[in-house]
Unconditional design. Structure first.
Length: 201
């Protein structure tokens, strides 16, 4: 029985590689245009701390060491796309007194497919299943007093579907859906940052 289970897992993994998994963003946070050409505030350097947290099925979030580089690239891309900052310094580098000190926290709450996922494995993908990951993005600015001022907090999600029926949508990868979801939330956070006037020296 154990050997049979291993065979099923291998087959299921192979089916993933051939395009039987697709990811779709929830689009709860709408796409937000970022046009700051009329903004008169001088550009500042930003000293950025990224906090990655992860939980499973509603458990207490813990430090997420799974894919920190993936999150960093998405955050950096969104910040650079805004064209608001002279440079982006990651936590650990030297910081200057007039740097804008910013903390972005990304919490991934993963909900497994449970029994339905098992059916997908044992049916070799004929019975589909889904799993959902909620993404919570918080942006805070550190004041000169050391206090963290919350600028924004929003939540969206990605649904991962597995099974043969998703083959037509296999180009919608989980990474694409995650990138889209986080970029929407980060764009909204940056707009709220501009509105808060915290960019001013």
């Amino acid at each position: 029985m154990q050997r049979l289970l291993k065979i099923f897992i291998v087959i299921f993994t192979a089916s993933n590689l051939t395009g039987c998994i697709a990811g779709f963003s929830g689009n709860r946070v709408p796409a937000t245009p970022m046009d700051y050409s009329a903004l008169q505030t001088p550009k500042r350097n930003v000293y950025l701390e990224i906090v990655n947290l992860r939980s499973m099925n509603g458990s207490t979030p813990k430090e997420n060491n799974w894919m920190p580089e993936e999150n960093r690239k998405i955050v950096e891309h969104s910040l650079r796309k805004s064209n608001l900052f002279k440079s982006i310094k990651l936590s650990g580098l030297d910081q200057e007194a007039d740097d804008l000190k910013m903390q972005i926290t990304i919490t991934e709450n993963q909900f497994t497919s449970g029994f339905a996922g098992g059916l997908t494995i044992f049916s070799l993908g004929l019975i589909p299943s889904s799993a959902r990951t909620d993404f919570v993005v918080e942006l805070k600015v550190k004041k000169t007093t050391g206090e963290l001022l919350q600028i924004s907090k929003n939540e969206d999600y990605v649904t991962q579907w597995a099974g043969w029926f998703v083959i037509p949508w296999s180009s919608h990868t989980m990474l694409d859906a995650k990138t889209d979801t986080l970029d929407r939330q980060l764009s909204d956070a940056i707009n709220r940052l501009v509105a808060s006037k915290e960019l001013a020296l």
